[in-house]
Design a protein around this ligand. Structure first.
Ligand code: CP3
Length: 348
C-alpha cells in the first residue's frame, strides 16, 4: 500500500513513519460532548439523527473541531444495517437498542436485502458531506458492524449477557444460521464499498462480541465472514485500508490478523502491549488500546498510561485509540489533556 498523503492516519495505515502517533477515539461523537447532547435533545430519536445527513455530518465533525483528531468517523450505527434489512429497531434511553428478535431461519423471510443501499442513501450522503467539510490532514473512516456482532443483536433482540439465543442457533443449526450470516456478509461488503465510493478513506469493522466464541466458531463466524468482506473490498478498492476490531478475542487475535487480511487491528484494553507488538505488529498496523475508564479518570493515571503506550508502540506502525468507546461520563477536559499528551514531541 502506498499512501504518503497529507493525512497522518493514512500514512500510518500504509506503514509509514509519522513524527507523532495519529489518533482518534471510538465513539468520539456522543453523549460526553455537550454539543452532541444539545442536538440529541432537540431531535429526540437517535435513529432519526443517523438518517439526517446534515445533522449526522455536523455530529461527525463536532469532536474533530473541538480536539483535532486525525480522523473523523462517520456518525451512524452498526444496527442501521438490520434496520435497512427491514428489522424493527428502536433505541430506548437506559436500555439501549431493542430489535424485533429473529427466532430462527423461519424469520429470515421478514428481511429484504434487495435495495438495502437505497434505504441507506442518507448514510452515504452523510459520507459525501463530511468529505467536503474535512481539512487536508483529517481522514474519514467509514464503518459497519461485522456479521457476527450484528447477528447477536438481531437474534437476541438487543444487548445480551450470555448470548444463549444466538449461540443456540449458530451451534444447533449451522446451515440455517449460515443463511443469515451470508445475507449480512454480502450486505456489509456492499455497504462498506458504497461508503468508500462516497468518500470514506478507510473502513473499520466492529466485531464487539467476537470474544464470546470458542475457537471453532470464532473461525467460522468471525474470521471467515471478515476475510470475505476484506477480499470483496480489496477487489473493488485495492488501496482502501481495512481496520478489524475483534474485541476481547484474546490469543485468537493472532489467527484473526493472519487469516482475515485486515490491514490494521483494533486492540481491546486487555491485550498486553508486548504481545501486540511481538505477535501482531509484523502483520497488521496496531490500533488502540487505552482503557476508556483511564480517560474518564484522567490525571496522573491517564498520563502514565499514555506514556507507557507511546514507549511500547514506538517502533511499530500504531494509531492511538481507546480499547472501546468513549464513556458518556468522560469529562471533556480529559480528552483535551489526551490531545496535549499525544502532541508532545517526546513521549515523556
Ligand atoms: O464512533 C463514533 O463516534 C461513530 C458512531 C458510532 C455509534 N455507534 C454511535 C452511537 C459507532 C461507530 C457505533 C458502533 C456501535 N454501535 C457498536 C460497536 C462498538 C461498541 O461499542 O462495541 C455497537 C455494539 C453499537 C450498537 C449500539 N448503539 C448500542 C449497544 C447502543 C446503546 C448503548 C449506548 O452506548 O448508548 C447504541 C447507541 C449509540 N450509537 C449512541 C451513539 C452516539 C448513543 C445514542 C444516544 O444518544 O442515546
Amino acid at each position: 500500500m502506498t499512501a504518503s498523503s497529507t493525512k497522518p492516519l493514512l500514512n500510518v495505515l500504509a506503514r509509514e513513519k509519522t513524527p507523532l502517533p495519529p489518533w482518534w477515539l471510538m465513539r468520539q461523537a456522543g453523549r460526553y460532548l455537550p454539543e452532541y447532547r444539545a442536538v440529541r435533545n432537540r431531535i429526540g430519536s437517535f435513529l432519526e439523527l443517523c438518517l439526517s445527513p446534515v445533522l449526522a455530518a455536523e455530529l461527525t465533525m463536532q469532536p474533530v473541531r473541538r480536539y483535532g483528531m486525525d480522523a473523523a468517523i462517520l456518525f451512524s450505527d452498526i444496527l442501521i444495517l438490520p434496520y435497512a434489512l427491514g428489522q424493527a429497531l428502536e433505541y430506548r434511553d437506559g436500555t439501549g437498542p431493542v430489535l424485533e428478535a429473529l427466532a430462527g431461519p423461519g424469520d429470515l423471510g421478514r428481511l429484504n436485502a434487495v435495495d438495502v443501499l437505497s434505504r441507506l442513501a442518507p448514510v452515504l450522503e452523510t459520507v459525501e458531506r463530511v468529505r467536503g467539510m474535512l481539512g487536508p490532514r483529517t481522514a474519514l473512516i467509514g464503518f459497519a458492524g461485522a456479521p457476527w456482532t450484528v447477528a447477536t443483536y438481531m437474534v437476541e433482540g438487543g444487548t445480551s449477557r450470555d448470548f444463549h439465543r444466538v449461540k443456540s442457533w449458530a451451534y444447533g443449526d449451522p446451515l440455517g444460521f449460515a443463511r443469515l450470516m451470508e445475507m449480512l456478509t454480502e450486505a456489509t461488503g456492499e455497504l462498506l464499498a458504497a461508503q468508500v465510493a462516497a468518500g470514506a478513506e478507510a473502513v473499520q469493522l466492529f466485531d464487539s462480541w467476537a470474544g464470546v466464541l470458542p475457537e471453532t466458531y470464532f473461525v467460522r463466524w468471525v474470521i471467515r465472514p471478515t476475510a470475505r468482506i476484506v477480499a470483496f473490498l480489496k477487489d473493488r478498492y485495492p488501496r482502501c485500508p481495512v481496520i478489524g476490531f475483534p474485541r476481547a478475542a484474546g490469543v485468537l487475535y493472532e489467527r484473526y490478523v493472519t487469516e482475515t487480511g485486515v490491514d490494521a487491528v483494533g486492540l481491546d484494553p486487555t491485550v498486553p502491549l508486548g504481545f501486540a507488538v511481538a505477535r501482531l505488529g509484523g502483520r497488521a498496523v496496531l490500533q488502540g488500546n487505552l482503557d476508556p475508564v483511564l480517560l474518564l479518570v484522567g490525571g496522573s493515571s491517564l498520563e502514565a498510561a499514555v506514556v507507557e503506550m507511546r514507549h511500547s508502540f514506538a517502533a511499530t506502525p500504531w494509531i492511538f485509540n481507546l480499547g472501546h468507546g468513549v464513556l458518556p461520563e468522560t469529562p471533556v477536559e480529559n480528552v483535551a489533556t489526551l490531545a496535549r499528551l499525544l502532541a508532545a514531541p517526546e513521549p515523556g
